[in-house]
Ligand binder design. Structure first.
Ligand code: ZN
Length: 115
């Protein structure tokens, strides 16, 4: 009984639950092996949610980035649109009159020039 039992993996993989447990009760080597495995799986179970959380965090950052880009793009388009309207108003003179620009005007809205 000096040789270490190497049945653990085979039993874990191929034996039924009952056989496996029975052997664990009889064999100290496998019991130790099984404890190790339990610890590892506990560790994995402990670490797993953190990975999931981290993934979610990155996803949230991604969503935040997309939202920022959309908002920024929206603001840019809005500004461009406003600028376009101002250009249109100046070009076609629909809104801006000489009076608006600070020129002295007569009752017809024409610029008065003193001679
Ligand atoms: Zn064993």
């Amino acid at each position: 009984m000096t040789k270490k039992c190497d049945k653990y993996e085979a039993l874990f993989t191929f034996a039924t639950d009952e056989e496996f447990r029975k052997h664990l009760l009889e064999c100290e080597d496998c019991r130790r092996e099984h404890e190790k495995m339990n610890r590892v799986s506990e560790l994995i179970a402990e670490v797993k949610p953190q990975f999931a959380k981290r993934k979610d965090k990155y996803r949230n950052i991604k969503i935040a980035c997309i939202l920022c880009m959309v908002l920024f793009a929206g603001a840019t388009f809005q500004t461009a649109d406003n600028n376009y309207r101002i250009v249109e108003q100046i070009m076609y003179g629909e809104q801006l009159t000489p009076e608006d620009l600070g020129f002295p005007t007569d009752s017809y809205g024409l610029i008065m020039v003193d001679e």
